[in-house]
Design a protein around this ligand. Structure first.
Ligand SMILES: Nc1ncnc2c1ncn2[C@@H]1O[C@H](COP(=O)(O)OP(=O)(O)OP(=O)(O)O)[C@@H](O)[C@H]1O
Ligand SMILES: [Mg+2]
Length: 355
């Protein structure tokens, strides 16, 4: 245990990465710490000492990893909470041992975040020198032959996005002020993520899009898979928060996942009742957070067993993002589905009393 709230993947999973490296006799692309096969094993687990990070189709991870061994960059696309950021961090950790070279895309991301900036005090004192230059994460990744991550690429203004084009096609970053350039070393590549719900990927200029291979991360295939993802992550996060191990709460997890899946799909699992969907995304990531909250409540304010009352308030909070329209959706769901369902009385009562 450390006193850091959240360690980077390469630190958190250092032991697994070292084990994989030690047993890795397959060819590695230049600049890579592991072979592509070992990177995929790191992501999906080996059923033994290597824990699964991503739960989903192996083929997608193979395609993602293979892309990074080419001269094309990787774009992870998907609705919120499908592990785009999570996979991107683990890919960078496994391939280059450093997941920290990251640009967070926002509407205000400046070109300096992708190219370079200046330390103005030094610039004024010394003029444009290499020492006055502030390297961007992309520049550092190029110089070190590592992976740069660009989060939420489609939120970045188009002209700033376009500064990636030269980087990706020429693999150099010119610094006209110094009459120099930074050439990318082998192992350099870029992983971008974009959310196809917030705003469309259409906003990627076609010139830039041609430099990326896109891998779409799907929502979990079925309830069992989603329960598996949620259970593992809740256990991981509980350990990170140093919460005591609670008795397994499979039924409670199954219930949360069911509520999320039904409201997301707009129909009950048996296909009989159509439902209105709330305005929020009801993502797997939110289901995880509802349950972690529940575990904290059960630990500190409950009897140490995760119960309906510990998750009900969190679920209401996740569903009701818009106080007017979502409240109606939730009421309808409670009265037509939750109330009638066998074994859901405790949950119905807890959800009602939290109103
Ligand atoms: N298929 C999956 N396998 C493993 N973990 C998953 C999976 N789907 C979601 N998660 C978990 O969900 C959480 C949120 O994932 P993440 O933040 O990467 O989502 P995202 O796709 O980047 O969402 P956003 O679009 O909101 O940025 C992570 O803790 C991740 O472990
Ligand atoms: Mg993300």
């Amino acid at each position: 245990m450390t006193d850091v709230v959240r360690r980077h993947a390469e630190a958190e999973y250092a032991t697994e990465l070292a084990l994989l490296a030690a047993g890795d006799d397959r060819p590695k692309p230049p600049g890579w710490k592991l072979s592509p096969q070992a990177v995929v094993t790191y992501l999906l687990g080996d059923g033994d000492v290597i824990t699964p990070k991503y739960i989903g189709p192996r083929r997608l991870m193979e395609v993602a990893v293979a892309t990074l061994a080419t001269d094309r960059a990787l774009l992870l696309l998907g609705v919120p909470g499908t592990a785009k950021t999570w996979v991107s961090e683990h890919l960078a950790a496994a391939i280059s041992g450093d997941s920290t070279l990251m640009v967070q895309g926002t509407a205000g991301t400046p070109e300096e975040a992708i190219r370079y900036g200046w330390n103005y005090a030094r610039l004024l004192a010394e003029g444009p020198t290499r020492a006055a230059l502030v390297d961007s994460p992309v520049m550092k990744a190029m110089a070190g032959g590592g992976i740069a991550r660009v989060e939420e690429l489609t939120r970045i203004p188009s002209d700033v996005q376009d500064s990636l084009i030269t980087v990706l096609s020429e693999k150099v970053l010119p610094i006209p002020e110094l009459g120099q350039e930074v050439a990318a070393r082998k192992g350099f590549n870029v992983i971008a993520t974009a959310n196809d719900r917030d705003r469309g990927v259409n906003e990627l200029s076609s010139a830039l899009r041609r430099r990326f291979n896109t891998v779409v991360l799907p929502v979990p295939a079925d309830a069992e898979q989603e329960i598996d993802i949620v259970s593992r992550r809740v256990a991981d996060l509980g350990r990170a928060l140093e919460l005591p191990d609670l008795p397994p709460a499979y039924e409670e997890i199954r219930r949360v996942v069911t509520v999320f899946r039904e409201l997301r799909a707009g129909v009950t699992e048996d296909g009989r009742t159509r439902l209105k969907s709330p305005s929020g995304t009801m993502s797997t990531a939110e289901a995880i957070s509802v349950l972690v909250n529940g575990v904290v409540l059960a630990t500190h304010f409950g009897d140490g067993v995760l119960r309906a009352g510990d998750v009900a308030a969190g679920i209401v909070g996740a569903v009701v993002k818009d106080p007017v329209s979502d409240a109606v959706v939730w009421q309808e769901y409670l009265e037509t589905v939750v109330r009638e369902r066998d074994g859901w009385r405790d949950f119905y009562r807890a959800a009602r009393s939290g109103e």
